[in-house]
Design a binder for this molecule. Structure first.
Ligand code: XMP
Length: 521
C-alpha cells in the first residue's frame, strides 16, 4: 500500500481518497508510526499529510525521522513538507505571515525537469493554509516552486525520491492538484495504477473465505448501498452459507422493506429472513431523547435481533449445513463510519454510528466488515461490478438508526408516521425535479419538541416544524448544503404543510459540515 501519515485534522482521509482515485491502494496510519512498523507494512510509498500544528509547537505531532532513510519514495504535503524539510536539515521559518486560501504559485525552470511537476503550467492557483514556511531546502534538494510569500513552495530530491509541496494538492481548489498526486505515485514513485473494483473484490473475497472458513454467516441488510454490497461480497465468497436478515425496526422510510424483499433478493437470489421488530425497538426507545443514548439502544437492539435470528436459524436447521452456532455477522461498515466513531487515529468521537460505536459490549458475534477500508464511491463501483441492482447501488445514504435519529425528541409511533409521510413527499418531489444525482442525501427532520403557531384554513394551529437538510458531498466527511431551486422548495413546503397533519412549518437547513453534521443527531 501507499501509507498516508495522519498529522491530525481530516486532511489524511482526503489524501487517501485521492490516492485511490489514482487507482493506487492507500491506508491512513498515525504519525506515531515507527520505522519498524513501516517496514512491517512493506509500503511502496509514503505521503505525509498536512496538519493543523506548527512544526515548532510544543505539542507538534512527532514523526520518526528514520523513516526518511528507508529508501521509500515520500511526498510531504504542507505540514508533512515542513516536517521533511526540518528532519533533513532544511530550515523552516516562522514568517509570521499566514498564507490562506487560493494562492498563485510559480514553478521554477527546474520543475519542468522534475518527475513531480513536469509538464505543468508555470503559473497556477493552489490552495494554501499555513503559517510557517520552508526558508531553505535541505541539501541535495532542488526548489521547484515559490509564491510571493514563500521562497520554497515545493522541492525534490530525485535521487532519494523525496518530494514535497507547501500547498494542498488534495483539495479541489488546487487547479492541478490531482495531477501532482498522480505524478508522485505513477511517475516519481513508479507505481502501477492497478487498484480497481475487480482487484478489491478478489482481495476481499479471499479475506472473507479465510476469516469464515467453513462456518455459516448472517448479514444485516438495511436496503442501503453498504449492507447490500457487503452481502454481495460475502455471497460471492461463501455462497449458500450466507443468510441475510432484514430487520424492520419501524424506523424505516416508506417502501424500504419491499425494495429489499423484491429488488435485492430477485437480483442476487440470496436467502432472506425478515424480522418484524417494530415493537421491540419502540418500547426500548420510549422516553429517550438523548441522541447518543438513542444510537446505543438502536445499535444494541440490532444485535439482539441478529442473535435471536441466528439462534432460531440454528434451531430450525433450515438447511443441513447449519452448525451449532452462527458466530459471524457481516456489516457494511465504511471507512468514514469508523473514523467518525472515533476509530481513526487521533479523531474525536463525533457520534456513535450504530454499527461501530453503538455495538453492545456483550456482543459475541465476530464481525465481517469487508468495506471497512472503503469510501462510498468505491463501494458503489464494487456493487456495480458484483451485479447489485442499480436502484440499490445508486441510492442515497440512509443511516442505520433511520428515522429514530431524525425525530428530535422522543420517538413515538405517531411521530414516525408523520415523519415518514413528510419524507416520502420530499423524496417524491426531488426525484420528480430530477435532482437525485446532484444531492448526496436529504435528511428530513421532525422537531418533535418544538411547536409554533400557524394559521390554516380559518383556524389557529400549533404544530411542529419539518427541517429539510439537502447536502452535497463527496464522502460525507465534509458537506455543503445544496442550493435547491426555490420552486422545488416551495412545492415541498406547500405539500408538506397541506398533506401532513401536525406540521405547519417547513424550514431549510443552510449549514455546511463542518460545523453541522449531516444528520441532526
Ligand atoms: P453525519 O451526521 O455524521 O453523517 O454527518 C455522515 C453520514 O453517515 C450517515 N450516518 C450513519 N450511517 N449508521 C449509518 O449506517 C449510523 O449510525 C449513521 N449516522 C450517520 C449519515 O446519514 C451520513 O450519510
Amino acid at each position: 500500500p501507499v501509507l498516508v501519515v495522519d498529522f491530525g485534522a481530516q486532511y489524511a482521509q482526503l489524501i487517501a481518497r485521492r490516492v485511490r482515485e489514482a487507482n493506487v491502494y492507500s491506508e491512513v496510519v498515525p504519525h506515531t508510526i515507527t520505522a519498524d512498523e513501516v517496514r512491517a507494512k512493506n509500503p511502496q510509498a509514503i505521503v505525509l499529510s498536512g496538519g493543523p500544528a506548527s512544526v515548532y509547537a510544543e505539542d507538534a505531532p512527532s514523526f520518526d525521522a528514520e523513516i526518511f532513510s528507508l529508501g521509500l519514495p515520500m511526498f510531504g504535503i504542507c505540514y508533512g513538507f515542513q516536517t521533511m524539510a526540518v528532519a533533513l536539515g532544511g530550515e523552516v521559518a516562522r514568517t509570521g505571515r499566514r498564507e490562506y486560501g487560493s494562492t498563485q504559485v510559480q514553478l521554477t525552470d527546474e520543475a519542468q525537469a522534475s518527475s513531480l511537476l513536469v509538464g505543468q503550467p508555470a503559473d497556477q492557483i493552489v490552495w494554501m493554509s499555513h503559517g510557517d514556511s520552508v526558508a531553505r531546502a535541505p541539501e541535495g534538494f532542488t526548489v521547484l516552486a515559490s509564491t510571493a510569500d514563500t521562497p520554497v513552495a515545493a522541492f525534490a530530491n530525485e535521487e532519494r525520491k523525496l518530494y514535497g509541496v507547501q500547498w494542498h494538492p488534495e483539495v479541489l481548489h488546487s487547479e492541478h492538484g490531482q495531477r501532482v498526486i498522480e505524478a508522485f505515485l505513477l511517475n516519481s514513485a513508479g507505481l502501477a495504477a492497478d487498484w480497481s473494483p475487480a482487484s478489491i473484490i478478489d482481495e476481499q473475497v479471499a479475506r472473507i473465505r479465510e476469516q469464515i472458513g467453513e462456518d455459516e454467516v448472517i448479514c444485516g441488510l438495511s436496503g442501503g448501498v453498504d449492507s447490500a454490497v457487503a452481502a454481495a461480497l460475502v455471497q460471492r465468497a461463501v455462497g449458500e452459507r450466507l443468510t441475510c436478515v432484514f430487520v424492520d425496526h419501524g424506523l424505516l422510510r416508506q417502501d424500504e422493506r419491499r425494495q429489499v424483499e423484491e429488488d435485492y433478493v430477485k437480483a442476487t437470489g440470496v436467502r432472506l429472513v425478515t424480522v418484524d421488530a417494530r415493537e421491540q425497538f419502540l418500547s426500548e426507545l420510549a422516553g429517550v431523547t438523548d441522541p447518543e443514548t438513542k444510537r446505543k439502544i438502536i445499535g444494541r437492539e440490532f444485535i439482539r435481533v441478529f442473535e435471536s435470528t441466528a439462534a432460531s436459524l440454528v434451531e430450525e436447521s433450515k438447511h443441513d449445513s447449519v452448525p451449532g452456532e452462527i458466530k459471524f455477522l457481516v456489516q457494511g461498515t465504511l471507512y468514514p463510519d469508523v473514523v467518525e466513531s472515533g476509530g481513526g487515529s487521533g479523531t474525536a468521537n463525533i457520534k456513535s454510528h450504530h454499527n461501530v460505536g453503538g455495538l453492545p459490549e456483550d456482543m459475541t458475534f465476530e464481525l465481517v466488515e469487508p468495506l471497512r477500508a472503503l469510501f462510498k464511491d468505491e463501494v458503489r463501483a464494487i456493487g456495480r461490478e458484483l451485479g447489485v441492482p442499480e436502484v440499490i447501488v445508486a441510492r442515497q445514504p440512509f443511516p442505520g438508526p433511520g428515522l429514530g435519529i431524525r425525530i428530535i425528541g422522543e420517538v413515538t409511533q405517531d411521530r414516525l408516521d408523520l415523519l415518514r409521510e413528510a419524507d416520502a413527499i420530499v423524496r417524491e418531489e426531488l426525484t420528480a425535479a430530477g435532482l437525485d444525482a446532484q444531492i448526496w442525501q436529504c435528511p428530513v427532520v421532525l422537531l418533535a419538541d418544538v411547536r409554533s403557531v400557524g394559521v390554516q384554513g380559518d383556524g389557529r394551529t400549533y404544530g411542529h416544524p419539518i427541517v429539510l437538510r439537502p447536502v452535497s458531498s463527496e464522502d460525507a466527511m465534509t458537506a455543503d448544503w445544496t442550493r435547491l431551486p426555490y420552486d422545488v422548495v416551495a412545492r415541498i413546503s406547500n405539500r408538506i404543510t397541506n398533506e401532513v397533519e401536525g406540521v405547519n412549518r417547513v424550514v431549510l437547513d443552510v449549514t455546511s459540515k463542518p460545523p453541522g453534521t449531516i444528520e441532526w443527531e
